[in-house]
Design a protein around this ligand. Structure first.
Ligand code: 4G4
Length: 244
């Protein structure tokens, strides 16, 4: 997969893309990142990417011409590219969306700044995504979050598996708790079942912990989770029935 990031601040991505898993994914050939400087698509001598809003008001708006020139340049070389604007007005990124994007050949993630982008950009992109219901100074952090969430799902990236997603949001539940050595830390013990070697009991306990945690912390997720009859019995016994 190729992931292009279009930004006014290309340096922002140097360290994150050069570090840890994202760098490893590139070395493995699972993904290629390319940072595109929006200034390279500004036609005028002064490389102006923003302008004052029609109708007045404070702040500046990102001009449409450089953004569309950049999108056109990428679409010309890669007609299959999926063009995504990161904005608080988009649908909130979910694990399902990350899985869908991981099927794509090529993403172009557009990072906005100032008060936002000229509304007409909507005609030139495929979708808008948001990292969550809050405002940031730029789209770089959300773009990096999309790149990270997608990259770790690519075949070969997560320690070889990639496809088997044994982790948070398995079946739409929060993840079960994890423990490693020491067995006792400052009086806090590792649950006995995890030391038992009884793999069926361990699997059942982990499932129940995932159900319990989800019911307590994110009941909204439980309503949409994939639950089997045993899961439903467990929740019912706790007085935490999940809707059908
Ligand atoms: C596009 C439009 C994304 C980009 C407006 C971007 C939060 C998110 C931006 C803006 C962003 C998010 C300046 C509001 C840049 N903030 N939640 N800021 N704003 O994903």
């Amino acid at each position: 997969m190729q992931i292009d990031l279009l930004t006014l601040f290309p340096d922002f991505f140097t360290t994150p893309l050069g570090a840890s898993m994202l760098s490893r994914a590139q070395t493995l050939g699972a993904v290629r990142f390319r940072v595109l400087n929006l200034r390279d698509f500004c036609p005028d001598r002064h490389k102006v990417a923003d302008d004052r809003p029609f109708g007045g008001g404070p702040g500046m708006v990102m001009k449409i011409e450089p953004l569309v020139a950049a999108i056109r340049a990428v679409r010309a070389e890669a007609p299959m590219v999926r063009v995504i604007l990161l904005t608080p007005q988009g649908r909130v990124l979910t694990q399902d969306k990350a899985r869908e994007l991981a099927q794509q050949q090529h993403l172009l993630l557009i990072c906005g700044h100032y008060e936002g982008v000229d509304e007409r950009l909507r005609h030139y992109i495929d979708e808008e995504l948001s990292l969550g219901d809050y405002v940031l100074t730029g789209g770089e952090i959300p773009a990096l979050a999309v790149a990270d969430a997608v990259t770790r799902l690519l075949p070969g990236v997560l320690g070889g598996e990639g496809a088997t997603e044994e982790e948070s949001f398995q079946d739409g539940l929060l993840e079960h708790p994890h423990y490693t050595r020491p067995r006792i830390f400052e009086g806090h013990e590792v649950p006995e079942v995890l030391l038992s070697g009884d793999h069926r009991r361990i699997a059942r306990w982990r499932r129940e912990q995932a159900l319990l945690k989800t019911a307590q912390e994110r009941p909204d997720l439980l309503a949409r989770a994939r639950l089997d009859p045993e899961d439903r019995r467990f929740l019912a016994a706790l007085g935490m029935a999940a809707e059908e």
